[in-house]
Design a protein around this ligand. Structure first.
Ligand code: SER
Length: 332
């Protein structure tokens, strides 16, 4: 099993594939943790944080280069890429599933413009691009249990449609233009630095904050709603391992199913109660989120990621819950 320390040792022994990295969406849930993680692995000045919001966390602002521009502006983005001699763009800009349904045109425009700009610039610089796909790329006609790597992709959210398009465009730019595009189908990501915003899986983050603050949580998905999830340290390591993987082994380069655990609200509550016995779980269902969750897999098969680049998660529900409650308990 590889954790961050062993990963760093492995990367130091080999010639890095990735050298100058630009992270789009650096203030978001994944970006705010990915930037320090990458700076630790590749060096502070090799990782440029970019967001349209100037509200970079102090650790990111003080830790290395930052740029405040809108990644939808192709010219401005190209200037940043040129200025910092970027060879790898990590495009984390996305309007998530539930928020996207409130304004589908806006979600489509933001998700697609940032993607196309990243791919087009990388076509011209001969660089690499990482774009996360998601469990949201699946839909109600997809097999729900142990969802295969290659299967029906008919999502019913604008977010999911943009993610299927991202997978296909990544393949297209690779095949037609030789862009080293790669991507993972992330499950819901659970973290304790920056809250996600507007996703269907957000409850699985919020529940830990409320467990610490109020010993009670009102869940917007029903008992029995199973979804794939992953703890942030695994999500960050998966990204680096994929970007550093030998390209000749990558058959599914833009669409790897990756998972670490699958649970429903009752299971996460039961795990929290092992640490906070008085914790109470109540329900107030959000119809939009419930219908999105019902259309997504209960659990994904990630054997292609295991076979093609050695994916292995470290955290299960038990280990993640202990770590989340320890970290949030100290901070809150
Ligand atoms: N976490 C995302 C969402 O819920 C799924 O990728 O929208």
């Amino acid at each position: 099993m590889k954790n961050k320390v062993t990963l760093k040792k492995i990367l130091l022994k080999m010639e890095y594939l990735v050298k100058n990295i630009l992270v789009l969406g650096a203030v978001g849930q994944i970006g705010s943790e990915l930037v320090p993680y990458l700076r630790d692995l590749y060096g502070d000045h090799a990782v440029v944080a970019l967001d349209r919001s100037p509200d970079f966390p102090a650790a990111i602002l003080e830790g290395g280069p930052c740029e405040t521009i809108d990644a939808m502006d192709a010219n401005a983005l190209f200037e940043v890429v040129r200025k910092h001699k970027i060879d790898t763009i990590i495009n984390l800009v996305a309007v998530l599933s539930a928020k996207g349904e409130a304004n589908p045109q806006m979600a489509w425009k933001i998700n697609m413009d940032c993607l196309i700009n990243s791919l087009e610039i990388s076509r011209q610089t001969k660089g690499a691009v990482f774009t996360p796909s998601s469990i949201g790329a699946f839909g109600p006609s997809t097999p729900m249990d142990n969802t295969p790597q290659d299967t029906v992709m008919r999502p019913t959210t604008i977010y999911g449609i943009s993610k299927v398009a991202a997978e296909l465009l990544g393949d297209y730019y690779y095949l037609k233009h030789g862009v080293d595009a790669r991507g993972l189908r992330y499950p819901g990501i659970i973290s304790n630095v920056t809250l996600p915003g507007g996703g269907t899986t957000d409850y699985a983050v919020e529940i830990y904050y409320e467990a610490i603050k109020n010993q009670c949580f009102t869940c917007n998905l029903s008992a029995g709603t199973f979804l794939d999830m992953m703890y942030m340290p695994d999500a960050l390591r998966a990204l680096v391992e994929l970007m550093e993987a030998d390209p000749k082994n990558l058959v599914h380069r833009n669409c790897f199913n990756v998972s670490a655990m699958s649970f429903d609200p009752e299971m996460i509550a039961a795990e929290i109660r092992k640490h906070i016995p008085e914790f109470r779980l109540e329900y107030k269902i959000d119809a939009v989120k419930q219908s999105i969750a019902n259309s997504w897999p209960n659990s994904m098969d990630h054997s292609a990621a295991q076979a093609e680049w050695g994916w292995e998660p470290e955290y299960d529900l038990k280990a993640m819950t202990a770590d989340m409650l320890k970290i949030l308990g100290k901070r809150l």
